[in-house]
Design a protein around this ligand. Sequence first.
Ligand SMILES: NC(=O)CC[C@H](N)C(=O)O
Length: 384
Amino acid sequence: MSKPDAAALVLEDGRVFRGAAYGAVGQTLGEAVFCTGMTGYQETLTDPSYHRQIVVATAPQVGNTGWNGEDNESVGPDGSANDAKMWVAGFAIRDASRRASSWRANGTLDEEMRRQDVVGIAEIDTRAVVRHLRTRGSMKAGIFSGDALADVDTLVERVQSQPSMAGADLAGEVSTTSGYVVEPEGEARYSVVAVDLGIKSNTPRMFARRGIRVHVVPATATIDQVREIGADGFFLSNGPGDPATADSVVRLTEEVLGDGTPMFGICFGNQILGRALGRGTYKMKFGHRGLNIPVIEHETGRIAITSQNHGFALEGEAGEEFDTPFGRAIVSHTCANDGVVEGVRLLDDSAFSVQYHPEAAAGPHDAEYLFDRFLTLLDKKVGK
Ligand SMILES: NC(=O)CC[C@H](N)C(=O)O
């Protein structure tokens, strides 16, 4: 094997980690964030919420299970996840597995990153990177290899020249441009409009499995388009960027809340519903990204171990009740590690959302019951 090119991960505060090129050789810029999942790198790399982010894996060795045709979380324009895109801006790891070993693999991660032109870096001390990001916060970064390498001052300047994640309006960059329908498995019981702000492929699958037909619509969908579909429920997906920029989707959500349509939201969707209920959002220091993050549901005391990927959050306190134009609401869930808001709900149960990932791809299935709760809500409100 030939020796890989030298590569460098450069942070905006001038910290440099030198390693070896992994995946495509060249230059990439993005926000450096760390993900603590020990598995599930394919789902992470294809999750549209990671658009414009350089993911640092804390798992010490990555690539062991190669790349397969089944675990993509991004969705192509036709709603299919086959051959879908890696959305991360870059990937930083410690050890690259020398072999891919899985009966499902049809290639290696390294090859797939090269095929999709995703620049990565290996052989860096990822523990040191994470400690740095945990102390200083997520920050602008770049990975450079091959001809893109230059003196440190030049690289830091390039890193600093990119726009910041705070204030970034990115849902439009990952959303489908035309709508599509995901048919239910078995008998159709209900239908839902799902606004694609960066939707993961497992989410429509979770609805479909419960007999719900999913009309996926672009982030730019208008209230008239939503009403014309006339679905039984409304869903707000996950997605990249700063929720403070998502004014038009917040307006749409307010209209739908006014119609009294049963509503469910995940991650970015939780931030949007929260905003429609009058809450503010803020950028977290380093966010929550991993597969074992504990969340408390305050009314039951029940704890779920959850899959998460967010760098922004809603303002609020555990169990806090507040008035909204649509009735009284509650901060229903918070993170057991740091008290960050992880869910909101209208007290009459007609709309609820969570900051974590009940579709769990990858991740534990503790929170999947929330899809059943939405089904119960549809039974109650629509009752077919
Ligand atoms: N996964 C998501 O939907 C992320 C939401 C938002 N972009 C955040 O970082 O907080």
